[in-house]
Unconditional design. Structure first.
Length: 112
């Protein structure tokens, strides 16, 4: 199961990089959310994740995340990523923690 979950998280990053919000949320539960780690929910529910991503992709059409390393521990997948808003623009690192319900992502928390 852990290899399959790692594959889902990697697929989500590929869809994120393709700016495919519909494909990205297809891998999430209906009640999924994105949040800061142990903090505020940024996007609550699959449809809010979709609309939030579409707005961000419109603002940053060259946004890209690159996976530096991946970890699976118990039921969670953790990705260390570098993100750039544009080829010569702002860059930052993030740790993303993916929690699952069965084979779909139920929550993604970001440490930045």
């Amino acid at each position: 199961m852990s290899a399959a979950r790692l594959e889902v998280a990697h697929r989500m990053i590929a869809l994120y990089n393709a700016q495919d919000a519909d494909g990205y949320v297809a891998l999430m539960t209906d009640a999924a959310c994105e949040a800061t780690y142990r903090g505020a929910v940024l996007r609550d529910g699959k449809e809010n994740v979709r609309s939030g991503l579409k707005a961000m992709f419109a603002q940053f059409p060259e946004n890209r995340a690159n996976i530096v390393s991946s970890y699976v521990l118990g039921e969670a997948v953790v990705l260390h990523e570098t993100v750039s808003r544009a080829p010569d623009g702002e860059q930052f690192e993030v740790m993303s923690i993916y929690s699952f319900s069965d084979d779909k992502v139920d929550r993604v928390e970001f440490i930045r």
